[in-house]
Design a protein around this ligand. Structure first.
Ligand code: IFM
Length: 437
């Protein structure tokens, strides 16, 4: 079996972590949380495999201590978790749910007591339904609602939080939610997409400004990046791959760090952006303390007839994970060096998510090999001079994989969704051994 690179192979102070998100593990029907657009999306026939939802998920709400003990056994330095807006503010605005705030308070205390740094994400996709009713990410007012939620939450837990990222994977919120319709709210509308993409970044900016004003430290952003190979060397396919890369990767990276959007994205989205969007770009590109990259795979992109972006994905030759995603660790090294050289310079970078879905249960040699290949790619980027400061595995637990339900298992720990029993996998033991001091 492959060995994982050991902690000693990384610079002093390099942080290792595991990541989860609220809706995917907590059990959203419990503890006074408000309804979210993921509950609504999942309740609509055909949207989620087996009509599954996050009502119980891993029941982390009631098993938090056991899960924090697992993190302690794993030996991670930092835990990346998210809070649910609707658990804090069931209607998205107005009265807070004290039970929800108490839960997050205990979670943060539990991490601190175990010597684990709490890395908070404020939004990992479960928008309160009451705000979806008002247009959700299409409504510019969401930037203010989001900043208000941020304040309520940080009033309670901000004093013990190590880092904050406002929004996980803006691409997925904007594009999968509003263009392909694969995620809540399930729209397929280019105008909604353009507006959501911009308002997501505006909300990032307003929340960041509110946090700076209150002295909150270590504020960043987390983008998911996908390497786009042109399906062939033909010019049309190369241009299609550039368009894919523009709306997937550069729209957010360039918006956040340079205050502009790429031309290849504006070709299709520019006409649909809200009037006067340019005036928001200073708020959007206010300085960050770090940037996080979530990385899993690459895609093969070919030109296709039809309206912008006029492309399609084609099958690739590399071994695939249970998501059907090609395993391409070179993409991680590429993105780390490219993001540092093109966008962030000396700013610390983190791999805030990396991992694979597998059907191999607790004997997951395939996951160990995947993690080893990507940790090697991270080491290569460090050797290239990239200021990489940490790496997080997605995910601690098998969990609700959104529209694909509970069948896609990303955890270092197996969860039996009948009994909710946790069983550490071989990858958990391998990582624990690699991280041992
Ligand atoms: O499960 C998701 C997570 O919520 C966001 N990043 C990708 C993971 C795997 O698809």
């Amino acid at each position: 079996m492959t060995d994982l690179p050991q902690r000693a192979a990384f610079p002093d102070g390099f942080l290792f972590g595991a990541a989860t998100s609220a809706y995917q593990i907590e059990g959203h029907a419990q503890g006074g949380a408000g309804r979210t657009h993921w509950d609504d999306f999942a309740a609509t026939p055909g949207n989620v495999v087996n009509a599954e939802d996050g009502a119980v998920a891993c029941d982390h709400l009631n098993r938090m201590d056991e899960d924090l003990d697992l993190l302690g056994q794993l030996g991670v330095d930092v835990y990346r978790f998210s809070t649910s807006w609707a658990r804090v503010l069931p209607e998205g605005r107005g009265a807070a749910n004290e039970t929800g705030l108490d839960f997050y308070d205990r979670l943060v205390d539990g991490l601190v007591a175990r010597g684990i740094k709490p890395a908070l994400t404020l939004y990992h996709w479960e928008l309160p339904s009451a705000l979806a009713d008002l247009g959700g990410w299409r409504n510019r007012d969401i930037a203010g609602w989001f900043a208000d939620y941020t304040e309520v939450l940080l009033d309670r837990i901000g004093d013990r939080i190590w880092s904050v990222a406002p929004i996980n994977e803006p691409f997925c919120v904007g594009w999968l939610g509003h263009f392909t319709g694969d995620h809540a709210p399930g729209l397929r509308d280019i105008r909604a997409t353009a507006r959501a993409m911009h308002h997501i970044l505006l909300a990032h900016g307003t929340a960041t400004a509110a946090m700076r004003a209150r002295g909150q430290q270590n504020l960043g952003a987390v983008c998911n990046l996908e390497f786009a190979h042109p399906a062939t060397d033909k010019l049309n396919d190369r241009l299609a791959a550039e368009r894919y890369e523009a709306f997937y990767n550069r729209f957010y990276l360039q918006g956040l760090t340079k205050g502009s959007y790429p031309e290849e994205a504006l070709e299709g989205l520019g006409a649909h952006l809200p009037a006067g969007w340019e005036a928001d770009m200073d708020v959007i590109s206010a300085p960050l303390d770090w940037l996080g990259l979530n990385y899993y795979t690459c895609k093969r992109i070919a030109a296709a007839p039809g309206p912008w972006p006029a492309l399609r994905e084609v099958d690739g030759p590399l071994p695939k994970t249970d998501m059907g995603w090609e395993v391409y660790p070179d993409g991680l090294r590429h993105f780390l060096t490219w993001v540092a050289s093109e966008f962030t310079g000396n700013l610390p970078l983190y791999v805030t998510e990396n991992g694979m879905a597998s059907r191999s249960g607790t004997e997951d040699a395939d996951r160990i090999a995947y993690l080893a290949q990507h940790l090697d790619a991270a080491c290569a980027a460090l050797a290239d001079g990239v200021p990489l400061a940490g790496y997080f595995v997605w995910s601690l637990l098998d969990n609700f994989e959104w529209a694909l339900g509970y069948g896609k298992r990303f955890g270092l720990v197996e969860v039996d969704f009948e009994t909710l029993e946790r069983r550490p996998k071989a990858s958990f033991d391998a990582l624990a051994k690699a991280l041992h001091r």
